[in-house]
Ligand binder design. Structure first.
Ligand code: NAD
Length: 253
């Protein structure tokens, strides 16, 4: 059912939240646009300006790695300045009162952790861009270190332990999904009674499979996104409005 207007959508969502015992939110880039971080696919989104760099290209080409790091450093003022928005804060409120065991996110911006979720309760399907990791041995690095290396060597950093390339700790197209996060997201999706997909175009797979998985495991499905998605047909409630306005009323003390 598509909510006829914002008010009736918020009311119905409030009822569903009250009736639910275990709520699993699933978030995409749209929850962070009000925090100043552009999404990928909206007009003005990141992909209207840059072609994504697939993982095999990052591994094979130093020029691609240099470009990936240049783009990341160019985004740093945006990521560093971003604070949790109303959507993040509403989910953190539901987490604090014990209704939400964990959030599944496609986002890489660390804003769920910043809003009050314990890091263990943020299931990151696509990693985290606020630190870096060696693609060979997995050693983690701070971004400051990567920036210093980049400035001194004039290009992308390599691991101090094994010499392999260092990349932001994100999952690029063509890169294997993190097994642990996929497993935890599966369990959460199968064991909730309300699943709320927020700010995702639901076109990136396998992440986009979780709303359907939750629905077919018996949960009610709510989709909050200002544009239609391919899964609206199976949702119990679709709210096609701004996320901050929709979830703002659920921000607690
Ligand atoms: P997407 O860009 O494909 O879709 C975002 C959706 O959110 C769009 O359908 C858009 O209409 C909607 N939206 C944007 N702002 C909104 C608002 N204020 N209210 C309501 N709806 C809004 O993003 P996605 O589905 O998350 O998938 C793509 C990939 O983007 C993910 O893998 C993620 O890693 C990556 N990404 C993350 C960030 C971030 O961490 N903040 C930013 C850009 C991209």
């Amino acid at each position: 059912m598509i909510a006829s207007d914002l008010r009736s959508g918020v009311e119905r969502l409030g009822d569903m939240i009250a009736e639910a015992r275990t709520i699993v939110p699933f978030t995409g880039a749209g929850i962070s646009t009000e925090c100043g971080i552009p999404d990928f696919r909206s007009p003005g989104g990141i992909w209207t300006r840059h072609r994504p760099i697939p993982f095999d290209e990052f591994v094979a080409s130093r020029a691609a790695r240099d470009e990936a790091w240049r783009r990341r450093f160019a985004m740093e003022p945006t990521f560093a300045a971003a604070k949790p928005g109303r959507g993040h804060r509403a989910l953190a409120s539901l987490y604090r009162v014990g209704k939400v065991p964990a959030v599944i996110t496609q986002n890489i911006d660390n804003l769920h952790q910043a809003s009050g979720f314990a890091p263990d309760h943020v299931v990151e399907l696509h990693g985290n861009t606020t630190y870096a990791r060696c693609i060979g041995c997995g050693q983690t690095y701070q971004l400051d270190w990567a920036k210093r290396c980049f400035d001194e060597a004039g290009g992308a950093p390599d691991c101090m332990s094994c010499g392999e390339p260092v990349k932001t700790a994100t999952i690029s197209f063509g890169q294997a999904m993190p097994e642990d996060a996929m497993q935890r997201a599966t369990e959460l999706s199968q064991h909730c009674d309300l699943f709320i997909a927020i700010g995702s175009s639901l076109v990136v797979w396998p992440a986009a499979g979780f709303p359907t998985m939750a629905k077919s495991s018996g949960a009610r499905l709510v989709i909050v996104n200002r544009e239609p998605t391919d899964q609206d047909d199976i949702a119990d409630l679709v709210i096609r409005h701004d996320i901050g306005e929709t979830l703002g009323p659920f921000v607690g003390n």
